[in-house]
Design a protein around this ligand. Structure first.
Ligand SMILES: [Zn+2]
Length: 481
């Protein structure tokens, strides 16, 4: 990140943080945010014209297939040609030999605001578990903390080859917090959906801030089609965990109805007893609804979901850690039933952001439980992590495959690294062997955001320093031991 741009972001983040301490100035703060939101994203590199040459190209487009040695030409943020040899006079040539060139990963459910809680959350001690910590620390967040936390998570996403995220924001404490979430997404240069949720600790009988949701839709600061808006709903049904939020069907109808009136998609966790029948009986399921954590679905429910076009996001790294009583990963059953599925990170407080590990975990557990009865190939898992995610987020016409005419979200994965070489089947290598450290280059909408495993513009050190400062301050404000 250039120094001037870094100062702009810092002054923006500082303004956001200051506003949270002075709620009377909320309106003025929103005006400030609006000005900041209109500034050019100068911290981002320009969209370049380039051609990746000689890579093993996995287009993830059924008609185009793969090229063992091929070129991908990008101009003005779009893929203009894919082929064995593409003439691209004047374009910067990027040597793709020894690399797999593929669409960037698309994850579909991630609580980015929790990234700062790493120093506190523990997987091995329930007192410091994800839910008690997010419930206690969530109310302490300033918009600045939110900005820094989301930025930290997105920096990790980029370093792991993710080019689209679904920011499942269930701690939107004020309009300034909402703006901070979106500002961090926009400043990252990544594509994604921001799903507006309720703040941690909101009583179940109080609705989300529908007026501010409408305000954000009206003032939507994204100018280039990279970001979309949705809502995240609190749980419904008989969820035994009070810390997740659990609302009545009347509240669901009110909030989902408001989202639908605004033309926004909806996402919902289904941890605990499945609410699928309840929702379907109320006529609430449709293709604009995404559910998360399919661990306890029945055959009847899967048939309903397939008929309604409702999707399910699987977060295998966290789900595989849950007790058996909470259900099992049902990839095979969902595939058999034809339910629309995708893959997600969930959070990175105690889980790594690693799409290779997500695919591997799904494969391992599928083999463990179901095996050959439902055939699962490595290629199918790479689809799940790319084009299926694009379908889930409603952006498959733009990204998810290396198809000429689509936007240029792509990654280069080194196949010459010691854990990869010599590569045989590239899908096998990605699912069985690869790790985020193998990701060499990350491109989002034609902007080269990482090269040779390093950020091109983002100031890594500053992101870390700010995150550590905010984490320590949060901890102090919460009086956390
Ligand atoms: Zn979640």
């Amino acid at each position: 990140m250039r120094e001037l741009d870094r100062r702009r972001i810092l002054s923006h983040a500082t303004a956001l943080g200051a506003a949270s301490l002075l709620p009377a100035r909320a309106a003025a703060q929103r005006a400030t945010d609006g000005q900041a939101a209109d500034r050019p994203a100068a911290a981002l590199p320009a969209r370049q014209e380039f051609v990746v040459r000689g890579a093993h190209v996995l287009t993830m487009d059924a008609a185009l297939g793969e090229l063992t040695a091929g070129d991908v030409h990008v101009r003005d943020g779009a893929i203009v040609a894919v082929g064995a040899t593409v003439a691209a006079p004047g374009a910067e040539a990027i040597d793709g030999r020894g690399m797999i060139c593929m669409p960037g990963f698309i994850e579909t459910h991630w609580h980015l605001w929790t990234s700062l809680l790493r120093p506190i959350v523990r997987a091995d001690d329930a007192r410091y578990g994800y839910f008690p910590v997010t419930a206690r620390l969530g109310p302490q967040y300033t918009p600045q903390d939110t900005y820094r936390s989301v930025r930290l998570g997105l920096a990790q996403a980029l370093s792991a080859g993710i080019t689209s995220v679904h920011n499942w924001a269930h701690n939107v404490r004020s309009p300034a917090h909402a703006d901070a979430e979106v500002a961090a997404m926009r400043d990252s240069g990544m594509r994604g959906r921001f799903s507006y949720g309720t703040p941690q600790g909101l009583p179940n009988d109080q609705p989300m801030d529908i007026a501010d949701l409408a305000r954000l839709k009206r003032e939507w600061p994204d100018r280039d089609g990279m970001l979309t808006l949705g809502i995240c709903s609190r749980n419904v049904g008989n969820d035994p965990n009070p810390l997740r939020g659990n609302v009545t069907m009347d509240m669901v109808k009110k909030e989902w109805g408001a989202a639908r009136d605004l033309g926004l998609p909806i996402t919902l966790h289904t941890s605990g007893p499945s609410p699928v029948k309840l929702l379907d009986d109320a006529g609430l399921l449709g293709p604009e609804v995404q559910l998360v954590h399919p661990l306890l679905t029945t055959a009847d429910e899967r048939a309903i979901l397939a008929a309604r076009g409702t999707s399910y996001s699987m977060a295998p790294l966290g789900e595989s850690r849950r007790p058996a009583t909470a259900g099992v990963i049902q990839l095979g059953e969902l595939m058999e039933a034809g339910v629309k599925i995708s893959m997600s990170i969930d959070h990175t407080t105690t889980l790594n952001c690693d799409c290779f590990a997500c695919m591997r975990t799904l494969y391992n557990l599928h083999q463990h439980r179901i095996g050959e009865r439902v055939k699962l190939t490595s290629r199918r898992l790479v689809e799940l992590a790319t084009i299926d995610g694009a379908r889930d987020l409603g952006v498959a016409d733009k990204v998810g495959s290396l198809t000429p005419g689509k936007r240029a979200d792509l990654i280069l994965v080194r196949s010459t690294d010691v854990n990869m070489a010599p590569v045989g089947d590239p899908y096998e290598a990605l699912v069985g062997l690869a790790e985020p450290d193998n990701i060499d280059t990350v491109v989002a909408d034609g902007r080269i955001l990482r090269r040779a495993g390093k950020f091109d513009a983002l100031d890594h050190a500053q992101v870390m320093r700010d995150a550590m400062e905010s984490a320590a301050a949060l901890r102090a404000r919460a009086n956390w031991p």
